[in-house]
Ligand binder design. Structure first.
Ligand SMILES: [Zn+2]
Length: 279
């Protein structure tokens, strides 16, 4: 496990070469290069992107330039190849340079055999984005769950590229089902070595806040009134101490059409109006 700028990075070393799960932010190349060489002399041969966000893929270009083949969900490849607008950040991400685009795109689960280990790459249904994947190091019983889990901090949910609160809860349930009491769980952000009990707290927090927001929505509150009612209050001391603050987090429980300012909600059957938090 390597920590630094960007998301948590897992590294598998051995005679076949180093395999990385996520590559951090490019500016950390010197620190990451040193940390990787401290682990052994092998070259870097594989980089798996858990999703397209820059704090996980900005290192793609330099890691590819030193020999890493990049593997990702097919939607991650799409997002990295085009301009991406993230409404919540009011920011347009430019397409990545050619060398940073994953060359192996997955539309189904796939297992890699490397260094005597089995790396199971499993695609999530849309959760944090529409291109999330987890990596299970089967023999070591280690599960990297990407940004479907933020350990001890409120998560960012990217509505602009297919994320949703319901998807995050479904992914958390899938993660819990895939883990035992002994499994080491690596979250995308937050304390990098976690476990099933901590992951369950995260999942229960998501469910509790969704219930609170749903009640406010049912009572006819607007987005602003919902935020003002502080539906996260009981959880803020524990979870609200990082970049995603309580108002920002509360907004992730509202409808995609409201966040994206697409006009009046047309309900759950309308593709652009996922009816989150209303039930
Ligand atoms: Zn992310």
């Amino acid at each position: 496990m390597l920590e630094g700028s960007g998301g948590n990075i897992a590294v598998l070393t051995g005679p076949d070469g180093k395999a990385l799960v996520d590559g951090g932010i490019g500016v950390s190349r010197p620190q990451l290069t040193k940390a990787l060489s401290d682990l052994g002399p092998e070259s870097i041969t594989h980089l798996i992107n858990t999703h397209w966000h820059f704090d996980h893929t900005d290192g793609n270009e330099w890691l590819h330039s030193v020999g890493a083949k990049i593997i990702a969900h097919e939607n991650t490849g799409k997002h990295l190849s085009r301009i991406q607008r993230v409404e919540d950040w009011d920011y347009n991400f430019l397409p990545s340079p050619a060398g940073a685009i994953p060359s192996e795109l997955l539309s189904a689960n796939r297992t890699l055999k490397l260094n005597g280990a089995s790396l199971e790459l499993k695609l999530y249904k849309p959760a944090h984005t529409d291109g999330d994947l987890s990596v299970t190091f089967a023999e070591a019983d280690i599960l990297h769950v990407a940004d479907t889990y933020w350990n001890g901090i409120y998560p960012f949910i990217d509505y602009s590229t297919g994320g949703s609160i319901d998807g995050m809860i479904a992914a958390s349930d899938a993660n819990l089902a895939a883990a035992t009491e002994n499994t080491i769980i690596i979250p995308g952000h937050g304390k990098p070595v976690s476990n099933k009990a901590e992951l369950k707290e995260f999942r229960d927090m998501l469910v509790a806040v969704r219930e609170n927001v749903a009640a406010l929505k049912k009572a006819g509150r607007t987005l602003e009134e919902t935020v003002a009612a502080k539906p996260t209050a009981a959880h803020d001391a524990k979870w609200g101490q990082f970049v995603i603050d309580p108002p920002f987090f509360t907004k992730s429980f509202t409808r995609a059409c409201e966040i994206r300012k697409l006009g009046p909600c047309q309900g759950a059957t309308h593709e652009l109006c996922q009816d989150e938090g209303r039930r």
